[in-house]
Design a protein around this ligand. Structure first.
Ligand SMILES: *[C@@H]1O[C@H](CO)[C@@H](O)[C@H](O)[C@H]1NC(C)=O
Length: 187
């Protein structure tokens, strides 16, 4: 992953070409991009997003746990952004920006739980069955976004109404005791 894929595939010369050649070049790039992709590996396309719930709570880490609250003053620096790697058009891996921590939905003793796991988001595979717990389905409703676990259908990422409580998962997203609607904005 250290070597950009494009470099591994071919060397691109500098060219001052007319538009028709440009189109050929683009087609060529697209074709080589597709041909070079190792099977099962998604294109490396990670993007950072800011996330906050509809009550304006942002995410931060407390004892390695993801928490949502109202950060003020110098504490606003503690806000964590989310790294996103697309899996399919509406599904994605979610990680803590710049950290080796990814969000996962796990079933522990019949209890569904949100877990932060020490894994680099770029090492996750969309074809590996055991990586499904890191996959979330994004659904947009007007300006807000909800995240359902692909491994635990019906379970949605949520915050509590109360500040400074852990981010978790709920299977009753319609009930007003949890917040499942987020603003999710690309940085
Ligand atoms: C994750 O892996 C990528 C590719 O190897 C690397 O560039 C990046 O620094 C790693 N991230 C962390 C937080 O270790």
């Amino acid at each position: 992953m250290a070597v950009p894929r494009r470099q591994r595939c071919h060397r691109m010369g500098i060219c001052r070409c007319p538009p028709s050649h440009l189109i050929s070049l683009l087609l060529f790039l697209f074709a080589s991009e597709t041909a070079c992709r190792p099977s099962g590996k998604r294109p490396f396309k990670m993007q950072a997003f800011r996330i906050w719930d509809i009550n304006q709570k942002t995410f931060y880490l407390r004892n390695n746990q993801l928490v949502a609250g109202y950060l003020q003053g110098p504490n606003t620096n503690l806000e964590e952004e989310i790294d996103v790697v697309p899996v399919e058009p509406h599904t994605m891996f979610l990680g803590i920006h710049g950290r080796k921590l990814c969000l996962a939905c796990v079933n522990v003793g019949n209890e569904i739980r949100l877990q932060l796991e020490e894994v680099n988001i770029t090492d996750l595979s969309r074809t590996r069955e055991e990586d499904k717990r890191f996959t979330f389905i994004r659904s947009e409703n007007g300006p807000t976004t909800s995240f359902e676990s692909a491994a635990c259908p019906g379970w949605f990422l949520c915050t509590e109404l109360e500040a400074d409580q852990p981010v978790s998962l709920t299977n009753t997203p319609k009930e007003a005791i949890k917040v499942t609607k987020f603003y999710f904005q690309q940085n």
